[in-house]
Design a protein around this ligand. Structure first.
Ligand code: 1PR
Length: 593
């Protein structure tokens, strides 16, 4: 019996390759890592799951002596599957790092998406792919490498190869439209197949692509060789793209009083039960979970709300059709996440079962271990990426960094956690999670710095504000750190502008006033921030019914909406949210596809 092809994965040492490794393991294939130049000779098939920045990928490949062997491998005719940067590196150059040369297999440049017509960049989320050229004429699964025009795939990138029949047209397998830009979303020619999207993060339909490529016999892949000139065609840009709004499930994780990691959920960040547990009554007056709780809770003895086990719950949301899952380690600021082995184990276990993007937040900042060893935020992020996170989320650290940026005249110095992580892993891997709260002022007498950002309560909003405000009042949104405990002299708009300058790829916008309230998202806040930044914004806090999602998408234009409590308590299912959005004409990824 013929032995199975030797499959190798190329790891240049910086990108997050764990997600792909998990997907391949899930499909039951064995693989080895290429880490030395001589390993290429052993490979019958090669996957390059490049995640991160183009320049970093090229520099790392060169430093490890892997760049030229990779070029030779491609010339040898053996099958190659590139993902994201693994596709972009086939091109001649990238505007992301003009000083770094690509492999030049495809004689065209990679360029930056424009922010035309208000679309957010990075292109982050699920989008369709349409076959072009000869790929549009074949129908077979194997020729289409498991792809289908019915499905959506997960993209996360700021740079793309434009579709041009004269250059990229000969390579294009599919194109995708984002806003009014048409780009190459996959290439297939001779022994080369590559996707701009992430099959390993595209749920079951992504696994189908991997399976189609992995299971193809070597001869069949070789038979894809085609003459050097292929038929190409013009592709018409449609009035509307196929980009979908994302529904994200969020799990706030922390240790309960027995030391077990549990999913918890607060009301305005207070995650302890309302009623004291007699088993725990002691008389000290120390910690509580939120500033608003400091006055109402004199006892620390209320038990931490326990809504389930993190991995089981994350898996439930994956199966129910969440487009992304977010795990926030909400008390990690108290110690070093690198020492938090149970949390890293949770990330590892969740990543092995969940094939949609996984964001991990909490404690990502420069720290010093109790033994005096300094740890950079980049190291902490690296540990989360190696455990299987696709994106990391920074909270307190981002606020501090933007305060410093403001002091320095809004010019970054390259040292902040956002900058260092984005440099290595790419902008798209860095999320900032903000915890703002309202500060009420009298608009007639207010002399502070945020006059331009004031939101005024109208008669209508004042009614819905309840205890939060009254007609005639106005407020600005203040940033906080340490899980809402410490207010900072920084507004949400300053934070939004600052993180865009520093290079974050996404803004996760919580709202302490609405958290856990079920009264709907804070549309004033979300609208304000959406107008301020060009990166994708995730609305968070306050979802109570399916119509809240429709409202936030229709009234603010955000790219994604996140919820926690209603999903944890089985009040609303993700499928119901998607069905309601679909009824309202909002494009969402089909559940189960
Ligand atoms: O500051 O980098 O260590 O990050 C800490 C992270 O932990 C931040 O993202 C911060 O938002 C989060 N966090 C800290 N304390 C709490 C808390 O609840 N006591 N959770 C906390 C924040 C907000 C959302 C929540 C939505 C939706 N929770 O995660 O899931 O508000 O809830 P809902 O749909 O039930 O209304 P750092």
């Amino acid at each position: 019996m013929a032995s199975s092809p030797r499959l190798y994965l190329l790891d240049y040492g910086a990108g997050n390759v764990q997600s792909l490794a998990n997907s391949i393991a899930k499909l039951g294939y064995q693989f080895e890592w290429i880490s030395r130049p001589e390993d290429f000779a052993q490979a019958d098939k090669l996957v390059f799951p490049g995640v991160g920045a183009f320049g970093t990928a090229v520099a790392n490949l060169r430093a490890k002596g892997l760049f030229e062997p990779l070029r030779s491998y491609l010339r040898s005719g053996r099958p190659y599957f590139g993902i994201c940067i693994g596709m972009q590196i086939l091109f001649a150059s990238s505007a992301e790092s003009p000083e770094s040369e690509g492999l030049g297999v495809i004689p065209a440049p990679i360029e930056r998406f424009t922010r035309e017509s208000g679309k957010a960049v990075p292109h982050m989320g699920w989008n369709h792919a349409a076959f072009v050229g000869e790929s549009a004429e074949v129908q077979g699964e194997s020729e289409r490498v498991g792809m289908s025009e019915e499905d959506s795939y997960y993209f996360v990138h700021s740079f793309r190869a434009a579709y041009d029949p004269a250059t990229t047209g000969e390579w294009a397998h599919t194109t995708t439209q984002y806003g009014q830009e048409l780009f190459v979303s996959s290439v297939r020619r001779e022994n080369v197949f590559a996707t701009q999207f992430h099959p390993e993060k595209s749920g079951e339909v992504g696994l189908r692509i991997l399976e189609a490529w992995l299971s193809a016999p070597l001869e069949a892949i070789d038979a894809h060789r085609v003459p050097s000139t292929r038929r190409t065609r013009e592709v018409i840009v449609a009035p509307k793209d196929g980009f979908t709004k994302r529904i994200i499930a969020c799990l706030d994780v922390r240790a309960n009083d027995d030391g077990d990691l549990v999913v918890t959920k607060g009301d305005q960040y207070d995650v302890r039960e309302k009623v004291e547990s007699s088993a725990f009554i002691i008389t000290t007056t120390s910690t509580s979970e939120s500033p608003s709780a400091t006055t109402k809770a004199s006892s620390p003895t209320r038990a931490v709300r326990n809504l389930g086990k993190p991995v089981a719950l994350a898996n439930r949301y994956y199966i129910e059709g969440a487009d992304e899952i977010c795990l926030l380690n909400i008390t990690s600021f108290r110690n070093s996440p690198l020492r938090d082995q149970p949390m890293l184990a949770v990330v590892r276990e969740a990543a092995a079962q969940i094939f949609v993007p996984l964001t991990i937040g909490g404690g990502i900042k420069d720290t010093v271990d109790p033994d005096g060893t300094p740890r950079t935020a980049l190291e902490v992020a690296g540990a989360y990426f190696r455990a299987g996170a696709d994106k990391v989320s920074l909270g307190s650290e981002a606020v501090t960094a933007v305060e410093k940026l403001r002091e320095n005249g809004w010019v970054g110095d390259g040292t902040s956690a956002i900058e260092t992580i984005a440099y290595v892993y790419g902008r798209q891997a860095v999320v900032v999670s903000a915890d703002p709260r309202r500060v009420f002022v009298d608009p007639e007498t207010y002399q502070g710095p945020y006059a331009d950002e004031l939101v005024r309560a109208s008669e209508a909003t004042a009614t819905s504000l309840g205890s939060e405000g009254e007609a005639g009042k106005a407020w600005w949104y203040q940033c906080t750190i340490k899980g809402g405990r410490e207010p900072r002299p920084l507004s949400i708009c300053e934070l939004a502008r600052g993180i865009d300058i520093l290079g974050a790829g996404e803004f996760l916008l919580n709202c302490i006033d609405r958290d856990g309230s079920g009264r709907g998202y804070d549309l004033d806040l979300i609208r304000l921030v959406r107008r301020t930044v060009g990166i994708p914004v995730v609305a968070s806090s306050g979802a109570g019914r399916t119509d809240d999602f429709v409202d936030v998408f229709e009234k603010t234009g955000v790219e994604a909406a996140l919820a926690a409590g209603i999903f944890h308590r089985y009040e609303v299912e993700i499928g119901q949210v998607k069905a309601r959005c679909g009824e309202a004409g909002i494009r969402v990824r089909r559940v189960g596809s």
